[in-house]
Design a protein around this ligand. Structure first.
Ligand code: ATP
Ligand code: MG
Length: 219
């Protein structure tokens, strides 16, 4: 049988329950064998004292996914170094898992920016995309991206919670839209909470919270 692999790329600065819950929900719905979490490498010029190193962000992912046998972490973008482009990562994974069906998971906020990604047109044909709902963003805005034969009216049904999922196919592009239970959690908000001395309990796994405290991250 063909292996079905989910891929979740991100900065994971830090990883939180929004990432974990979304990945598990999609794994279940799409019957994926594994979801591979891929922390991006940040170019050195972007790293100031407040940003944990790629290895620290990777370590937080490792701690967070412990206990879920379907989740793994890959260091492919960190090893490659430089700017992390999804198209390069997908090509690397295709080599690593010949014949596997790859599903790239992305939040609606990121997907709406896809036209700014390197080789985005080609990237869309390399693997299936799974677009996850995210608080504050509307599926119907995808109609404006212009490369999918999908009506704004159909997408609005997701926003209106009349539907949980939809698939759009245009030529050899396959995009799954998944309205998942909302986790209004973001790394930006977590970093802000830490800076301001507020609680981050129940936003991310305890082991990650402890790691952040021990290593004095984001403070
Ligand atoms: P930041 O606020 O720093 O951008 P983030 O919370 O958006 O952090 P990322 O590491 O940027 O986290 O996210 C990686 C991927 O996971 C992106 O595709 C993003 O859209 C998606 N994602 C993050 N949080 C959620 C969430 N709560 N629900 C659904 N998707 C999410
Ligand atoms: Mg983000």
């Amino acid at each position: 049988m063909t292996q079905r692999l989910g891929i979740l790329g991100g900065t994971f600065n830090p990883i939180h329950f929004g990432h974990l819950a979304a990945a598990e929900e999609v794994r279940d719905r799409l019957k994926l064998e594994k979801v591979v979490f891929i922390p991006s490498f940040l170019p050195p010029h972007k790293i100031d004292e407040d940003i944990p190193s790629a290895l620290q962000r990777q370590e937080m992912v490792r701690l967070a996914i412990k206990g879920n046998p379907h989740f793994t972490v890959s260091d492919t973008e960190i090893r490659r170094g430089g700017r992390s482009y999804t198209v390069d990562t997908i090509e690397a994974l295709q080599q690593l898992h010949p014949g596997a069906e790859l599903y790239f998971l992305t939040g609606l906020d990121s997907f709406l920016e896809i036209r700014t990604w390197k080789d985005w047109g080609r990237l869309l044909t390399l693997c299936s995309f799974v677009v996850l709902s995210r608080e504050g963003y509307r599926f119907r805005d995808i109609a404006q991206l212009g490369f999918l034969e999908v009506q704004e009216r159909e997408l609005s049904a997701l926003d209106a919670r009349e539907k949980d999922r939809m698939v759009a196919t245009s030529g050899n592009i396959h995009v799954y839209f998944e309205r998942i239970p909302f986790y209004d959690i973001s790394s930006t908000d977590i970093r802000k909470r830490i800076r301001e001395g507020h609680s981050i309990k129940y936003h991310l796994p305890e082991a990650v919270e402890h790691y952040i405290i021990e290593n004095k991250l984001y403070a």
